[in-house]
Design a binder for this molecule. Sequence first.
Ligand SMILES: Nc1ncnc2c1ncn2[C@@H]1O[C@H](COP(=O)(O)OP(=O)(O)OP(=O)(O)O)[C@@H](O)[C@H]1O
Ligand SMILES: [Mg+2]
Length: 225
Amino acid sequence: MSAGADVRVEGAVRTFCSPDGVPVEVLRGVSLHVTAGESLAVTGPSGSGKTTLLQLIGAMDRPDRGEVRVNGRELGGLDEQARAQFRNREVGFVFQAHHLLPQLTALENVLVPAWGSAPQAERHERAVQLLKRVGLSERMTHFPGQLSGGERQRVAVARALVMTPCLVLADEPTGALDQTAARALIDLLLELNAEEKATLIVVTHAEACAQRMERRVALANGLLE
Ligand SMILES: Nc1ncnc2c1ncn2[C@@H]1O[C@H](COP(=O)(O)OP(=O)(O)OP(=O)(O)O)[C@@H](O)[C@H]1O
Ligand SMILES: [Mg+2]
C-alpha cells in the first residue's frame, strides 16, 4: 500500500456503561480530518478518550453516533469481514499494551499479521528489515519473556508495519522507552510516514514526541480542543 489514508471523523460519540450502570460519555461529538500522508499527535489527560478515538479510527470499535470515513469509506457501513480485512491490510496498530504472543519469537510475532497472505518471502524480508531498523537484529529469535519492556514495544511496532499499512495508529508507542530509544522509534515512524506516505496518528504524553508531528490535537472533556 503506498498512498496514505484520508481519515475523517464526523461527530463521533462514544459512551460506555460503567460497572455500576452509570453511562460514561467518553467522546461527545469529536470531528477530525487527517489528510493522506499527514502525521498527527493526539494528546490529552489520562482517561480523556485517546485510545477510544484510535480504536474507532482503526475499526476496532464503533461510535454510538457519528461516522468514521477512511479514504471515503464509512467504516460503520462495512460488515465484520470487511472490517477485519481493513484492520489487517490497511491499518498498523501499535497497542498501548504490546500484546505479543509469548510462545512466538520476536520475528514470528512480527509475521503474525502476514499469516495466510502472499508473498511470504517478501513479508519475511520486510519483517527482518523492520526488526533491524528498530535495533533488534540480535533479538529476532528471542521470545517476549526474554525481551525487555522497551524491546517488546519495538517488536510491536515492527509487527504493526509489516503489512505496509496506509494508516499507522500508535498508542503511546514510546511509553516504555528511554529518550534515545524513543527518539529512534519516532524517527522510524516518521521515516515510514515519509517514504511510504502512510498517514500517522500517534497518541502520546511525551512532549518531545508530539512536537515532531506535523500537527497536534488535544482531547479534553470528550471534545477536541
Ligand atoms: N469498555 C469500557 N467500559 C467502560 N468504560 C470504559 C471502557 N473503555 C474505556 N472506558 C473509560 O473511558 C475513558 C477513556 O478511556 P481511554 O482508554 O480512551 O482513555 P485514554 O485517554 O487512552 O487514557 P490513557 O492516557 O490513560 O491511556 C476512561 O475513563 C475509561 O475508564
Ligand atoms: Mg490510552
